[in-house]
Design a protein around this ligand. Structure first.
Ligand SMILES: CC1=C(/C=C/C(C)=C/C=C/C(C)=C/C=O)C(C)(C)CCC1
Ligand SMILES: [Fe+2]
Length: 319
């Protein structure tokens, strides 16, 4: 019988069973509903349906970033001045990203896509290999793009300028590799016990290819990415009352929306992209500080939990 050469080494490399395996029944219901709608020939790509999908991803996904500052306060003891500094820094990064959309939208789009690949890769905490996590994060964008290259190209162009269609072409060309590597990630996640997440993401990639891109994204963002993040946040902020939890989520999401509208209103050149394009631009503006903070917090958390044994050392999404 063949035995592993260094069993103790292999045992050390295995991640804890089921790490990051958070999927709620609502996801399966939403996936089934969207699948059924497609089979029944419902026009999910009609302009009203795309606007609805944008409202769904903003309403259902935006609040998961609302607890970033509360999490920061929980992770480190901050005096009033340092807290103000952190809040100001968060606001300035958001503002800079919003300005980038108005001044150099092509750069903003590239930054947004790169940030998203890293950030969505953080959902794959069950994978030890940073490149695998990054590929899995990028595969969300790749799947939507390879499934609907023309629609994604149009969306990117609406968000930035006609040159953005080249970005869509590059993503389409790289998509098979990203998806193939991610298939290996799904299998590893399954093998290591995160079966709910592996199965849910496998189906989500198929739906990202099949569904109109904004619906595919809304499904992933609202029913997988955001609930996973919220569940972990709720544990960290377990002493926050439900009322405070809900008002924080609603108030900061509304602040982001009204902040965006105010920026657009104040902007000297008033070229207003369609609703769906602005919804993505606004999301991108808050996503950058959200990524920076969540990575920093995740590193601290990993360090605290996994410090002594080498096996669970510091984990980053793509670095
Ligand atoms: C614009 C656009 C896409 C990309 C969306 C991205 C990249 C979203 C990132 C959101 C983040 C980072 C949220 C943080 O919590 C898709 C899916 C290809 C579909 C076509 C239009
Ligand atoms: Fe997020």
């Amino acid at each position: 019988m063949a035995t592993a050469p260094y069993p103790e080494l292999l045992a050390k490399r295995r991640v804890p069973q089921g790490r990051g395996d958070i999927v709620y029944p609502a996801y399966w219901l939403a996936a089934a509903a969207l699948g059924l709608a497609t089979v029944l020939g419902v026009r999910l790509d009609a302009s009203g349906a795309v606007t609805l999908a944008s409202i769904v991803f903003i309403g259902g996904g935006l609040p998961h970033g609302a607890y970033d500052i509360a999490l920061l306060r929980r992770a480190v003891t901050l005096d009033r001045a340092t807290l103000m500094l952190a809040v100001t820094g968060y606001a300035i990064i958001t503002l800079l990203m919003a300005l980038l959309w108005m001044i150099v939208p092509l750069v903003a789009l590239m930054l947004f896509l790169a940030v998203a690949a890293v950030h969505f890769g953080e959902d794959w905490q069950m994978l030890d290999e940073p490149l695998l996590r990054c590929a899995a994060g990028a595969a969300v964008i790749a799947a939507a793009t390879i499934g609907h290259p023309a629609e994604v190209s149009t969306l990117f162009t609406m968000m930035s300028d006609p040159r953005a269609s080249v970005i869509a072409q590059i993503i389409t060309a790289a998509a098979p590799v990203a998806l193939l590597v991610t298939a290996a990630g799904v299998l590893l996640a399954w093998r290591d016990g995160s079966r709910g997440w592996a199965a849910a993401m496998a189906l989500c990639f198929v739906l990202l290819i099949v569904l109109p891109p904004v619906w595919g994204f809304a499904l992933f963002f609202v029913f997988l990415h955001s609930p996973r993040h919220l569940a972990q946040t709720r544990v960290a902020l377990n002493d926050m009352s439900l009322t405070r939890w809900l008002t924080t989520g609603a108030a900061l999401s509304l602040l982001a929306i009204f902040g965006w509208l105010a920026m657009r209103w104040l902007a000297p050149a008033r070229i207003d992209p369609p609703f769906v394009a602005q919804a993505f631009q606004m999301l991108a503006s808050v996503a950058v500080p959200h990524l920076l903070l969540s990575r920093w917090l995740q590193r601290r958390l990993d360090r605290a939990i996994h410090a002594p044994p080498i096996i669970f050392q510091e984990k980053t999404a793509c670095a």
